[in-house]
Design a protein around this ligand. Structure first.
Ligand code: SAM
Length: 278
């Protein structure tokens, strides 16, 4: 799926059921997330991540942070507790609209709509911390690589880049591949709900948005980051045991477990990458 289609799909998700399209627990479909409960998951995630970062014995500066694929700001709002300035960037106008609506930090937290496959809106070496979760695996590997290149470019020397990406299935030989995200099957619900509607706008709603998932094998990601000049500090398989060892209290991230346990391919692996630039 090219970037234009990707944008169209995410924009529609943002119009129809933004919170559930971000955290796709089955019992939350149909706009059933409570907004406070939803943002609390972001606070929990960022607290754990910041505890981990602080334990690394690295002189991380808490000036400027970037949240790539920020959605409605679940993570960037929490990052604003820790950083002087936070930038959230997203491809979907509907998501950015909501992120601005729920922004509690005024111009300390700035949201950008970005329709490009680059981050030209930001200058070189300008972020102390870059974070991206449950975003990169939704785009084709050619775009993932473009954004990884940009992450390293805009990362400050000695800054930290932390992202999650799906990797290989052990049965899969190819280094890059895709599936239709299991969440999309649940979207049939909306089709049923609006099938009798007839205005043009309503007809457009009938076209189901698609959520794809892609992976790149771990060793290929590491090889690519090395070529870009990134220095990999950790690359951790996100099965719960190993993530527990590194991030501390990963079992508190019950929602991540739920998201991935709905995967029809249970052997699909994900990885966290923690990268710096020297
Ligand atoms: C599953 S949501 C995750 C949102 C947020 N990271 C969170 O955890 O709350 C994925 C987000 O990535 C955005 N996205 C997808 N492709 C993108 C791209 N190429 N550039 C920026 N944002 C993108 C979508 O619009 C959507 O808001």
């Amino acid at each position: 799926m090219d970037l234009k289609s990707l944008q169209k799909n995410w924009d529609k998700f943002g119009e129809m059921d933004p919170l559930w399209s971000i955290l796709t627990m089955p019992d939350k479909k149909g706009n059933k997330w409570q907004i406070e409960e939803f943002f609390a998951t972001g606070m929990q995630e960022i607290n754990i991540m910041m505890n981990f970062i602080k334990s690394l014995d690295r002189a991380v500066q808490f000036r400027r942070a970037l949240d790539f694929g920020c959605g409605i700001g679940r993570l960037s709002q929490s990052l604003a507790h820790y950083f002087e300035e936070v930038h959230g960037i997203d491809i979907a106008p509907s998501m950015i609209r909501l992120a601005r609506k729920y922004n509690r930090y005024s111009d300390k937290c700035i949201y950008h709509l970005n329709e490009k496959d680059n981050l030209s809106v930001f200058s070189n070496n300008s972020f102390d911390f870059i974070y991206s979760n449950i975003t990169l695996h939704h785009m084709e590997p050619k775009y993932i690589k473009k954004y990884l290149r940009e992450f390293v470019r805009v990362l400050e020397y000695k800054g930290l880049l932390v992202f999650h990406l799906l990797g290989e299935k052990p049965s899969e030989k190819k280094s890059e591949f895709s599936i239709v995200h299991p969440a999309i099957k649940l979207f049939a619900y909306f089709k049923e709900k609006i099938k009798n509607l007839s205005t043009k706008k309503e007809q457009v709603m009938l076209e189901e948005p698609t959520m794809e998932a892609y992976g790149i094998r771990q060793e290929k990601v590491i090889e690519f980051l090395n070529i870009l000049g990134g220095k990999i500090l950790f690359s951790i398989e996100s099965n719960y045991q190993s993530i527990n060892e590194v991030f501390g209290k990963f079992d508190e991230w019950g929602y991540i477990e739920q998201v991935f346990s709905s995967d029809p391919e249970p052997e699909w692996k994900g990885y966290w990458y923690i990268v710096t630039k020297s």
